[in-house]
Design a protein around this ligand. Structure first.
Ligand code: NOJ
Ligand code: CA
Length: 551
């Protein structure tokens, strides 16, 4: 790892970039992105200024759920390349100081996994590796997650003559974690990839590992105990690893995945994300403020993972029924935009391609407590294709240039794993890396500058959060503090120009320096501090003492 500094807390100041191998760049012209292609494009990621790649599942799979249906944990999809290509990608990323984490699906496998094929055979020694039952009535309190496609968490298997348990698609049987051998196997999988040089895992669907009668079968103590075991095994033999929990739960339940700083290092903040969209459309800060106030403090070694969009639908599981209706009404006007309890669209179309609003969302993403995670293509303002099935709407090829197939692949168009976007607003002729790099005022250039500024201010990654309460409800203002470093962030959620008075009396005598242009603003006095904003405007101010040199 030549250029990677030893740093057990690296994930606290990092910016993550989430990407599918198949979507990024196709080096061998078969229409499917691959590890060699990803390696070829590391220059771009380094230029952009990201610190960690999060690779979506690349393991052997029938690909009925974007690779979350694994049929071999120890191999990679042949279309993506060889294990050697994978190792080369890791080495090349590490040379650039970029870390790489990958999805790990512990909860379930594909029904094509040899373990399942064996388990379903009568008298199989592996019978107990999955959750079998003579009735489909056990665990009635467990909700159904994929409500559009599944009617029950149980599916009948003819060969086994029994029902098997599945929290997601019926082709994804849940592993039985009550079985010691399953636990051991999963630990071997983890060791296998860490030995090759991976820097950690996004742990898919962690709340569902164990089942228990009379419970919702989510967040059970047994599940936490196993995750703690994973952490201690990882800590024992490896350095600078991150475990990121995917637990789509309320903040009070999610914090349990940090344990006493002895479980997962990171966890996504799921409820915050839809509330940013709600606050923006209502043009008031309360939805965001409320959820942040309900978010417990976390230990020093722990970190939230923040995101605006990802490879799934904009999930509305962690909102009330009323809020969900509101979100559908505002953001899913075409029924095709809905899937399960969510909205299968990308960021730019959700925000109607408003550059000011897209910037505002990123301002919040990069300044609220947590590690920002950018979904590939969102740095360009890529769009979606709601005529594709399920969540493929948001998984189309990366748009590199205005050449054939967006410069993504030299294959025939018909051969691409999914069609590139061709529409006049978001199609690759309008939105691509090459044009955005040439245009000094593009969104891509803007976000690159913002990432650079953020990197200079660790307070934005690790500082404490103090909310301000201005009378103007459209103004969302907070102070981040880390020792003597103080940053004031002020966002205008309104689509109209606004003025607001902030109570900054605590900082009397200090001078706000705007971080993008390094302009000094008037000194803070005893009276409320007046700021004015253009629509969806924002400020990042460093508060400095008058006596200090200025920067
Ligand atoms: C969560 C993943 O993000 C999603 O894409 C997948 O379908 C489910 N887990 C099942 O693995
Ligand atoms: Ca390829």
């Amino acid at each position: 790892m030549p250029n990677l500094q030893r740093d057990p807390l690296w994930y606290k100041t990092a910016v993550f970039y989430e990407v599918y191998v198949q979507s990024f760049y196709d080096a061998n012209a078969d229409g499917i992105g691959d590890f060699r292609g990803m390696k070829d494009q590391l220059d771009y990621l380094e230029w952009l200024g990201i610190d960690c790649l999060w690779l979506l599942p690349f393991y052997g799979s029938p690909m009925r759920d974007g690779g979350y249906d694994i049929s071999d944990f120890f191999s990679i999809m042949p279309e993506y390349g060889t294990l050697n290509d994978f190792s080369e990608l890791l080495a090349a990323a590490h040379e650039r100081g970029i870390r790489v984490v990958a999805d790990l699906v512990m909860n379930h496998t594909s029904d094509q996994h040899p373990w399942f094929l064996e388990s379903r055979q009568p008298g199989s020694a592996k019978r107990d590796w999955y959750v079998w039952s003579d009735t489909n009535e056990r665990y009635p309190d467990a909700r159904i997650i994929f409500v559009d496609t599944e009617r029950s968490n149980w599916a009948w298997d003819e060969t086994a003559g029994a029902y098997y348990w599945h929290r997601f698609f019926s082709h994804q049987p849940d592993l039985n974690y009550a079985n010691e051998q399953v636990q051991e196997q999963m630990l071997s999988v983890i060791r296998f990839w860490l030995d090759i040089g991976l820097d950690g895992f996004r742990l898919d669907a962690v709340p569902y590992l164990f089942e228990r009668e009379g419970s919702s079968c989510e967040n059970l103590p047994e599940t936490h105990a196993f995750l703690k075991r994973v952490r201690s095994e990882v800590d024992k033999d490896y350095e600078d690893i991150v475990l990121l929990a995917e637990a789509n739960q309320w903040p009070a339940d999610v914090v349990a995945y940090f344990g006493d700083a002895d479980e997962c290092h990171m966890a996504f903040h799921f409820p915050l994300m839809p509330r940013m969209f709600m606050a923006a459309r209502r043009q008031v800060r309360y939805p965001v403020v409320e959820i942040l106030e309900q978010t417990p403090d976390i230990a020093a070694g722990c970190q939230w993972g923040l995101f605006l969009r990802n490879h799934d639908e904009l999930t509305l599981e962690m909102v009330t029924d009323e809020e969900r209706d509101y979100m559908y009404g505002e953001y899913a006007k075409d029924p095709r935009m809905k899937v399960n309890l969510g909205i299968r669209r990308r960021l730019a179309p959700l925000l109607e391609n408003s550059r000011a609003e897209i910037e505002l969302f990123h301002c919040m993403l990069l300044s609220l407590p947590g590690t920002p995670i950018i979904y590939y293509g969102d740095e360009l303002g890529m769009g979606d294709n709601i005529y594709l099935g399920d969540r493929d709407s948001v998984r189309t090829p990366m748009q590199w240039t205005l050449d054939r197939n967006a410069g993504f692949s030299r294959a025939d168009f018909a051969q691409l794993y999914l069609p590139v976007l061709l529409d006049p607003v978001y199609g690759y002729q309008a939105v691509n890396v090459e044009s955005a790099q040439r245009d000094q005022y593009s969104f891509l250039q803007w976000i690159r500058r913002m990432l650079a500024i953020r990197r200079q201010h660790p307070v934005l990654s690790m500082g404490s959060l103090h909310m301000l309460h201005p009378a103007n409800p459209s103004i969302f203002a907070y102070v981040r503090k880390l020792n003597d470093d103080i940053v004031l962030v002020v966002n205008n959620l309104s689509a109209r120009a606004q003025a607001a008075e902030l109570d900054l009396s605590e900082y009397e005598g200090m001078v706000p320096v705007e971080l993008l242009g390094r302009e000094r603003f008037p000194q803070i006095g005893r009276l409320p501090y007046l700021l004015t904003f253009v629509r969806h405007g924002f400020y990042w101010f460093q508060l400095i003492s008058e006596s200090s040199p200025g920067d």
